[in-house]
Design a protein around this ligand. Structure first.
Ligand code: MN
Length: 422
């Protein structure tokens, strides 16, 4: 059987070369259509393959479990990496142009292939815990220069471990969910006492989210191989941030309400296996990390990422950032090894935000804080329309993907529109 990443594979489902969802991708999501309950599906071209229909028809080896009838991927993820791998190979086989099983079964095909335009996409996982890291050296340096000056930009701990904080799983939402402007305590530097009101400096953060598909026991440390094997896949992630709330509250324990009101993720989870051909080395790490954080393999990915911003009156978004996931200083595998290193248990469904992904160039900055340099350099979106931070009605869209030879392994998009504060 050909490997599911084989670039020469073609599906009997027509897929445009510019599509994010060729047969080499097969990302998982949760969808509903035809008035039926949400279930697990896979994106292929402009269709969603209904895995519950196929499971009920006995096309997978685990009919009795009903993992694909669930409104989240957690039950499937809990089955582990061997099942992820064999299932992906089986789905690839079922969709192949040279495999007649589904191709020539018109009744099953009609049941199992649903046009993407007819489905509603849901949050793909039940988020067990959400942790956000701060692993782009360029982002941490930009923020440090703005707030502490060039000489103290990176904190002394930054080059020694992936810095992170425990965020809120309760407000992780799927793309398309409207985001209400948060309220909080505000105390601009020039006033004496704080007031409570709507955030005035609302921002996005371009990130990737790691979906953890296997747990680890409390007290257990993880090797590089163990950490990698626990990663089920990746999503696009927008870590919405209230900069004014953050600036007043973050001392001394870090972000709290400034990041807790919403985090948006893409509906499709691209598997680690589909990204395998795009593995690259990250930046050289100097100083060499402590032994428990050392990695022997290239654990970064060559993945182009783009952010578009559409102000109320504009028809299409204007690109305000184009960068790459490969710039991240600390890899997802290192983040996971560090996370478990104290004895912290990891759970199926944990979500790890990479941290804002900025690159070395000005056009590669992954937040408005950096793009507008803390509000001092407005970005022009259209004639007469400029922004320093997000305004009500603005729509923010992130896209991303890896370019293969004649195909593209993409994530679709994560979109969010700002509603006025209540
Ligand atoms: Mn963040």
């Amino acid at each position: 059987m050909p490997h599911p990443n084989d670039p020469s594979l073609r599906s009997f489902v027509p897929v445009d070369p510019s599509s994010d969802f060729p047969i080499q991708n097969l990302p998982y999501g949760v969808f509903s259509a035809r008035g039926l309950a949400p279930r697990v599906g896979v994106a292929i071209g402009d269709f969603v393959l209904d895995l519950w229909e196929l499971e009920q028809d006995g096309r997978f080896g685990f009919r009795e479990i009903g993992v694909f009838s669930q409104p989240s991927l957690n039950s499937f993820m809990a089955l582990g990496p061997k099942v992820w791998s064999s299932t992906r190979a089986r789905i690839s086989e079922l969709l192949r142009a040279d495999h007649p099983e589904l191709r020539d079964n018109e009744e099953l095909r009609q049941q199992a292939l649903v046009p993407m335009r007819d489905v509603r996409l849901h949050l793909p996982i039940t988020v067990a815990g959400y942790t956000d890291f701060y692993s782009s050296k360029e982002h941490a340096t930009n923020v440090g220069v703005m707030f502490r000056g060039r000489d103290n930009a990176l904190q002394p701990n930054w080059l020694h471990m992936p810095i992170g904080y425990n965020g809120r799983a309760s407000t992780v939402v799927v793309s398309g969910t409207k985001v209400r402007r948060p309220r909080g305590q505000l105390k601009p530097p020039n006033v004496e006492l704080p007031s409570f009101g709507p955030c005035k400096r609302l921002d996005f953060e371009l990130e990737m989210g790691v979906v953890v598909g296997q747990g680890s026991a409390m007290g257990e440390m993880l090797t590089e191989a163990q950490a990698e094997a626990m990663i089920f896949g990746f999503v696009l992630l927008n870590d919405w941030s209230a900069r004014d709330i953050q600036q007043w509250e973050y001392v001394p324990l870090g972000p709290f309400q400034a990041k807790a009101f919403a985090t948006s993720i893409s509906p499709w989870v691209v598997t680690r296996q589909a990204l395998e051909p795009f593995r690259v080395s990250g930046p050289a790490q100097d100083p060499v990390p402590l032994p428990y954080l050392r990695q022997t393999r290239p654990n970064n990915y060559d993945m182009a990422l783009e952010v578009g911003l559409r102000a109320g009156a504009m028809n299409i978004p204007r690109t305000i950032c184009a960068t790459n996931f490969k710039y991240m200083y600390w890899s997802s595998v290192q983040q996971l090894m560090h996370h478990a290193s104290s004895g912290c248990a990891m759970n199926v469904g944990d979500l790890l935000g990479s941290g804002t992904i900025s690159g070395p160039e000005k056009s590669q900055r992954g937040s408005l804080l950096e793009i507008s340099w803390n509000g001092t350099e407005p970005v022009e979106l259209a004639p007469g329309v400029s922004r320093t931070f997000l305004e009500d009605g603005d729509s923010l869209v992130m896209r991303g993907g890896c370019q293969g030879d004649g195909y593209r392994v993409g994530f679709g998009e994560v979109e969010g529109t700002i509603l006025p504060a209540e």
